[in-house]
Design a protein around this ligand. Structure first.
Ligand SMILES: O=C(O)CCC(=O)C(=O)O
Ligand SMILES: [Fe+2]
Length: 207
């Protein structure tokens, strides 16, 4: 039997995960139709030619960054009027409102980008609050990859501590899934992908 969760139950599940383990995972956070609409928009915007190689700090460091991360990104405008982008921005905002109401996180803004990893690309182990990225409290990643198979690689690896022993959690970037974790607490990486991998990554900011 398929159990359909309400949006509120999905938010609760994510928050429980973060409190218990440091990260939350919610499948079907985006519906099949929403994934399709966002994927089409993603491709349109990529084809416009405005995606940039992602950096790891200042723009001048993009060159060295290639050893560390290989994705191409495009930032979303928070006031976008595109209907597909609004689906994502409004759902993200609904989650922010719920977090603020129930956990008093004081989130006042979000920065969100499309990210495309071509075959052979990866993002080495890192934390999301390096250098000037203060104010990031939660990282959110929405995945858009239908029919993702284990042999496609490209997993999000999250490193957690259990009784001082490091544990690696491997999460596949499957369509509709949202992963959320505290930006300053968890090391994570994207393992090499063997298929084009599309996602939308955001940071919820309290300053
Ligand atoms: O795409 C992912 O699974 C993680 C991406 C990531 O860690 C980042 O952009 O900082
Ligand atoms: Fe990250």
């Amino acid at each position: 039997m398929v159990i359909m969760l309400t949006q509120e139950q999905k938010f609760e599940g994510l928050i429980e995960g973060i409190l218990a383990n440091g990260y939350g995972v919610c499948d079907d956070f985006l519906s099949t139709e929403e994934v399709a609409s966002l994927s089409t928009r993603f491709t349109e915007r990529f084809d416009d030619g405005n995606f940039k190689e992602a950096g790891i700090g200042k723009q001048s460091e993009v060159h060295q960054a290639k050893e560390i991360r290989g994705d191409k990104i495009l930032w979303l405008e928070s006031n976008s009027v595109d209907s597909s982008e609004r689906i994502l921005l409004d759902k993200n905002q609904a989650f922010v409102d719920y977090l603020n109401q129930t956990c008093y996180l004081g989130i006042i803004d979000a920065e969100i980008h499309f990210a495309k990893y071509d075959i052979g690309k990866f993002y080495r182990r890192h934390r999301d609050t390096f250098q000037a990225q203060k104010g990031r409290i939660l990282s959110v990643i929405y995945y858009l990859n239908s029919n993702w198979l284990p042999e496609n690689g490209g997993n999000l690896l999250i490193y957690t501590q259990e009784n001082n022993i490091e544990k690696t959690i491997s999460i596949a970037p499957i369509a509709g899934r949202l992963v959320c974790f505290e930006s300053d607490k968890l090391d994570h990486e994207v393992s090499e992908t063997f298929r084009e991998r599309l996602s939308i990554t955001g940071w919820l900011l309290n300053g």
